[in-house]
Design a protein around this ligand. Structure first.
Ligand code: NAD
Length: 470
């Protein structure tokens, strides 16, 4: 009983808050012992993480169902199995990624050993967001462990059930001297950010991203900021609009629009808009039947605050083509398409992060490009067109974290592409090897012998005429 009481006290919020500094110092001490540098330790921990995912797939999916009403298919494909695939890819390649990397040498260095040594930063902090609460904590954790760091993971307090199960499972499966999961909200994040870290990996909104970066600046800690913004879609007139509608609506309705790379709004000509609306309506019916609310496949808004925010946004929309209904008791908001939207409308002033899809009629692609360039650099840019030169024009005239031509969200599905933003949508990229690289310091190594001093001595003063006449 005493032991149980002790462990309960140690995991209580008050105890954690009062002992964050001590926890970080103890991680630092463990890091200094070199335990996490050992490749076998890293592989062992990654295998334990794999075991965690395999043995608790259902539990994790259930937590996601309770937090966001994610269907098991979405929870598995976009969260649990998604992490598993990244993890297996990492395990298959880690020895190669972690090995010293030979570099090109000039004549003066023929005798030297020049290479890049991949070293862990040390003790790192991962702060996750609520919308993909398994993926956004586990994916960076994979890279942090793979690179040999000690880690603190702080899941979002908004996805309550997932945060709880992550905290329980990570402490059960992983080496507690090196990897800690601390659940909690703003007070815990604030206390954690006051500590000195060797790397901070943050996912969430841009305003908090600035708070994180300011805290990191105190110790010149490097950061990755995975932020959000409004990801635009352009639909060209030459497309098969039935297919386009499927792909956009799928991207928008996944997790009820609560996806960082969700297609935020569509730009197309008025004529395209008028046909596309009907196609989007058809897609909606095919996906969810006559009543979206009774479909098991459609998620809910994470909490009341976000529900009220989206509801308010909805109330500002003038021409709702379909959708628009909601049910507060379930935090349900119907997929809603709004037409003839203007860039000055309220729905265009913030990231929607919910199931509202505005369509803005534009004259042509030049007007669309002009609007994209005028705004903050988005996390994703989606272009639907069969016209290769039009696609190129979009790519070369704009900047964004990523681009996906003729689909949505799929650019995040392969580990060989870096996932991340630029400008206001963030800095740094991860997934696959990019996560390992994110958490590794690339140490420049030159090892020379003490021989050949006569050649090496050329650089020493005095700088005689013989030396300088070249
Ligand atoms: P959130 O509310 O869960 O916040 C993110 C994290 O920051 C949480 O762990 C939270 O505890 C912490 N936090 C909140 N306020 C804080 C403060 N004042 N000080 C310190 N820490 C604080 O998530 P959110 O911000 O609502 O997430 C949604 C946003 O994140 C959207 O903009 C979305 O586009 C973006 N996002 C980006 C990615 C990406 O990969 N680029 C992924 C998911 C979400």
């Amino acid at each position: 009983n005493i032991l149980q009481n002790n462990s309960e006290i140690r995991s209580s919020k008050a105890y954690i808050m009062a002992n964050i500094s001590q926890l970080v110092s103890s991680l630092r001490e463990t890091f200094q012992t070199g335990r996490t540098i050992d490749l076998q330790w890293r592989i062992g921990q990654l295998n334990m993480l794999l075991k965690l995912l395999d043995e608790n797939r259902d539990q994790l999916c259930n937590a996601l169902k309770r937090d966001l009403n994610k269907h098991k298919f979405e929870a598995a494909v976009l969260e649990v199995d998604y992490c598993r695939n990244d993890l297996v890819h990492c395990l298959n390649n880690l020895s190669e990624w972690a090995a010293p990397e030979k570099v090109a040498k000039g004549l003066l260095n023929v005798m030297d050993r020049c290479y890049i040594r991949k070293e862990p930063f040390g003790v790192v902090l991962i702060i996750g967001a609520w919308n993909y609460p398994v993926q956004l904590n586990i994916l960076p954790l994979i890279g942090a462990i793979a690179a040999g760091n000690c880690v603190v993971v702080k899941p979002s307090e908004l996805s309550v059930y997932t945060a709880k199960i992550l905290e329980e499972l990570l402490s059960r499966y992983l080496d507690q001297d090196c990897i800690k999961c601390i659940s909690g909200g703003v007070p815990e994040s604030t206390a954690l950010l006051a500590e000195k870290w060797d790397y901070i990996f943050y996912t969430g909104n841009t305003a908090v991203g600035k708070i994180v970066m300011q805290a990191a600046a105190e110790y010149l800690t490097p950061v990755t900021l995975e932020l959000g913004g409004k990801s635009p879609v352009f639909v060209d007139k030459d497309c098969d609009l039935g297919i386009v509608a499927n792909r956009i609506l799928w991207g928008k309705c996944t997790n009820a629009g609560q996806t960082c790379v969700s297609p935020d709004y569509i730009m197309c000509t008025k004529e395209t808009q008028d046909v596309l609306v009907g196609k989007l309506k058809n897609s909606l019916k095919t996906f969810y039947g006559d009543n979206v609310k009774t479909s098991n496949d459609y998620a809910r808004i994470v909490n009341d605050r976000h529900f009220q925010r989206i509801k308010k946004l909805l109330s500002t929309c003038k021409e709702i083509a379909f959708g628009g209904d909601f049910d507060e008791s379930q935090r349900y908001i119907a997929p809603t398409v709004v037409i003839n939207v203007k860039f000055t409308d309220q729905v265009m002033q913030e990231e929607i992060f919910g199931p509202i899809l505005p369509i803005i009629p534009v004259k042509d692609e030049d007007e669309a490009i002009k609007q994209i360039v005028k705004g903050d650099k988005p996390l994703a840019l989606y272009i639907f067109s069969n016209n290769k030169s039009l696609v190129q024009k979009f790519i070369t005239s704009t900047s964004s974290g990523g681009v996906c031509v003729n689909d949505t969200l799929m650019q995040g599905s392969i580990p060989s592409l870096p996932f991340g933003g630029v400008g206001n949508s963030g800095m740094g990229g991860y997934h696959g090897k990019f996560t390992f690289d994110t958490f590794s310091h690339k140490r420049a190594m030159m090892e020379r012998d003490l021989a050949l001093e006569s050649i090496n001595g050329v650089r020493y003063p005095p700088f005689t005429d013989v030396k300088t006449n070249f």
